[in-house]
Design a protein around this ligand. Sequence first.
Ligand code: BTN
Length: 319
Amino acid sequence: MLTLLKLLKDGRFHSGQALGAALGVSRSAVWKQLKHLEAELGLSIHKVRGRGYQLASPLKLLDPAEIEHLAPSCAWPALVSDSIDSTNAEALRLIERQHAAPFLVLAERQTAGRGRRGRKWVSPFAENIYYSLVLRIDGGMRQLEGLSLVVGLAVMQALREQGVPEVGLKWPNDVLVGQKKIAGILLELVGDPADVCHVVLGVGINVNMQMTEEVDQQWTSMRLESGKMFDRNQLVAELGVMLQKYLARHQVGGFSAVQSEWEQNHLWQGRAVSLIAGVNRIDGEVLGIDSQGALRLRVDGVEKVFSGGELSLRLRNDS
Ligand code: BTN
């Protein structure tokens, strides 16, 4: 089915006969595959008598050679799938099979994309970026401190560099435009964090997505913000450049090396918030973050510090 898609991706008309000849199947088999493409990948295909079939809009697929050409100095070996359950899940399977880190897993779509706190990450075909970078960490806990916040900074800068200037951060690792989520980060760890471990830096960026009814929170995409289409290969290359830069700063100076830059970009600095931890809720005012990336809140006049992957922040009505 994806071979057929690759024949159509130029956005031109292709006759059923030519497609059948290229695939070695009959015209009716071509027609069946086209119906599958529409149903499974949500693509729209025009059929015009006498001319053949054409994708409603041309597709540009992920291309590891192009990504490497655009950012040769930070080209981690990339494994690109047309369709996978989750790039993070695939990265974890590869670690299990001793695949040598660092490496990158990318996919055109995810059928079971994972979000934070058990949520799903909506991952339509060829519209967004689903990116998992695997690093081996053997420097102990310091190299993990605030790591997800560092990734947030790199993602934010990559988006700004590509033409979405309004993007900012929300603790711990949401990337937002105003109140709307444009990118999310999910770190998963295997091994002993105090000794040798592997960390999967999972990044999802809403790039060209314009419509979905599946997302259960306010969201936006680079295209919705700017009104133009983005080249995902360029964005992957840009993200590689930014990740390399921020990970190097973090490795040398720890999280405190980027703490103030992170705070300057925190959209909810000084705001009245509720911190949600399961069924518990703590109301306070955001003071900032500490040198390990933990959240500093003023609660009933006293400063308190919070960290942990299962926490989330909401703005209070009086904020
Ligand atoms: C969040 O909930 O904000 C985190 C979303 C992280 C989504 C990305 S997409 C690539 C990687 N693979 C996954 O299954 N999840 C992460």
